[in-house]
Design a binder for this molecule. Structure first.
Ligand SMILES: [Zn+2]
Length: 253
């Protein structure tokens, strides 16, 4: 690592849990960020600032004026631009050492599976159940850690499904039967601006921990945040033996 990079990352390298070896590992790591909206903005910015070497950012949507209230990776000048491209431009200014790949079209399942397989960690920053279930399935199949987050109104949640471990629960264990009709969208319900930052920042922290196998991740726990009452609750989450996705595999293994 060059002197300038040692300086850039010095406050990480000082941490005994990270040190030089951990920072070097981050620079060689690849994170897949699905969604460059309210959650994806802090995730992408913190992972880039922290020196995660390669980021793949997927978003086929354009920056809209209504996004700017909370999607802090985008600026007024980027209204109308593709969100992944806008995020890439912000990251280039923040940390030019980071390689950013962008996916600006809607990926089919096969293409998304390939992106998941290429990544060391997957961060779900999407806003719909179809994508959450699909990412959960693809991560389960390729045994990749999935950092899951969601935020609506004043309520947020976060968990880690680490499929490197056979006993990890999955998103489907948590929500066995949720249809698309129950998807809550910010456009219809509103969302408190800093809430997505609180959850997204926690997702970035979990992603770095997962990459470095550091501390205790949120695997097996669900974090529930009510920003209105400032209550952070953590509940236990166990693998469901009858889960349609991960339950059967357990008996096969
Ligand atoms: Zn499951």
């Amino acid at each position: 690592m060059q002197d300038e990079l040692l300086l850039r990352y010095s406050r990480h390298i000082m941490l005994p849990q990270i040190e030089y070896a951990g920072q070097e590992k981050l620079t060689q790591s690849h994170a897949l960020i699905v969604g460059a909206g309210g959650l994806g903005a802090p995730v992408a910015m913190y992972l880039a600032a922290a020196g995660v070497g390669t980021l793949t950012i997927c978003d086929f949507d354009q920056v809209d004026l209504t996004n700017l209230q909370r999607q802090i990776i985008h600026t007024t000048a980027s209204v109308g631009q593709n969100k992944a491209m806008s995020a890439q431009a912000t990251i280039a200014a923040l940390n030019p050492e980071v390689n950013v790949h962008v996916e600006t079209t809607r990926l089919n399942d096969e293409a998304l599976a390939a992106r998941v397989l290429a990544a060391d960690v997957v961060i779900d920053c999407s806003d719909n159940f179809a994508t959450r279930y699909l990412l959960n399935q693809l991560c389960f199949e390729s045994k990749k850690p999935l950092v899951s987050g969601a935020a609506i109104r004043f309520e947020g949640q976060l968990s880690v499904f680490d499929f490197r471990h056979a006993d990890s629960p999955c998103y489907h264990c948590l929500y066995p039967d949720v249809g698309d009709d129950q998807a809550l969208r910010c456009a219809d319900n509103g969302v408190f601006a800093p809430l997505v930052g609180m959850i997204g920042t926690a997702q970035a922290a979990e992603a770095i921990k997962v990459l470095l196998n550091m501390g205790q991740s949120m695997e097996g726990r669900l974090l529930l945040l009510d920003a209105l009452s400032a209550e952070w609750r953590t509940i236990r989450l166990k693998k469901d033996p009858s889960c349609a996705l991960c339950g059967q595999a357990e008996s096969v293994d």
